[in-house]
Design a protein around this ligand. Sequence first.
Ligand SMILES: *Cc1c(COP(=O)(O)O)cnc(C)c1O
Length: 415
Amino acid sequence: MLHIRVAFMSPKITTASALEMEKGALTRNYNPLPVVAAKAKGAWITDVEGKKYLDCLAAYSAVNFGHGNKTLIKAAKRQLDRVTLTSRAFHHDALGPFAKELADLLGMDMVLPMNSGAEAVESAIKVARAWGYRVKGVPAGKAKIIVAENNFHGRTISIVSFSSDESSRKDFGPFTPGFVKVPYGDAEALEKAMDDSVVAVLLEPIQGEAGIVTPPKGYLKAVRTITKAHNVLFIADEIQSGLGRTGATVQCQNEKVTPDMYILGKALGGGIVPVSAVVGTADVMGVLKPGQHGSTFGGNPLAAAVGLAVVRMLAKGDIQKRSQRLGKHLLKRLQSLVGKGVLEVRGAGLWAGIDIDPSLATGREVCEALMARGVLAKDTHGSTIRLAPPLVVSKKDLDWGIDQLEAVLAQMRAQ
Ligand SMILES: *Cc1c(COP(=O)(O)O)cnc(C)c1O
């Protein structure tokens, strides 16, 4: 049968028309590359013109398991047909399994489900403060949390209150007090900042937005020792580093440390829905009582079903091993570019920060040249670019992507 729907069909969206519509209708809080995605599969994004791009950002690691991951889409579809939202005023049958299996995956006791990463960070801060007053006995209103310079933990008022990035703070004050910044990777500075009113240390095990900055060997262990000695909680923000990206379930496991709370987000939603969580020990998480914290959508049935499928995938361990194996290959190839337009390469698992020689090009210029060759990557802090392809990327595709970077740098050096 022929369906005649011309009258109702919206005109075909082109790159130009999409950008034109966004202009004026969308706040300009981002400066994206001019690629308009229409669909995606695995490690590849197809734009509205039909051009294919290798996704080397994976939505900042939210798409660790690949676009359109069959297992995850199936879990989501099944849940869509059953129940999608109840609020936490009632129970639903996906939440228990999600909480139990996520806690087990990390060797923890309790899960506090939220939606965005920033919300989970805020939640961990509230739990830490409540623990400080109720358990540690810090005088009311005096709790301090130590954070690292150049951190990225999200965009809420309280979180940008302790950011080092002026553009994320300017004109957004007044700010939330109670945070102290110390240099990242400096255990001595952390020890010096300790006093009786400190309730927690909040850190990224690897600083993602800062440019995949890895701390000196043994730093996280020192953080654990110092926090234990001072009866202070250690909160690991694994929103970007966790869930397979660094070749482990969480980066803390690579460093053989166990914090009091993990903060998870991004890939926990399988690239389908926003799912975040704080996962911690019962003596810490247990401070929350009914009515003291919550979220209408936190732990909703669709989120829990997708999150559970993510947890079960990670429980098998293959994806972490794949990330490790491909990551070693990626780093080795990137190291060979040092001196050829690259100043330094850092990384863990399938995650790399590449400092481009600023006299050659900005990170943005490299990303634009990569885009023209069919590779999508993201710059950060001037001349650093980061690569974080979906962990399901094939070795052949990964090699092709690195070939494009090599070609871009060679071309720029020749100019
Ligand atoms: C992305 C990110 C966040 C914030 O997550 P949103 O979902 O964007 O709110 C917090 N911490 C780290 C380490 C992140 O990478």
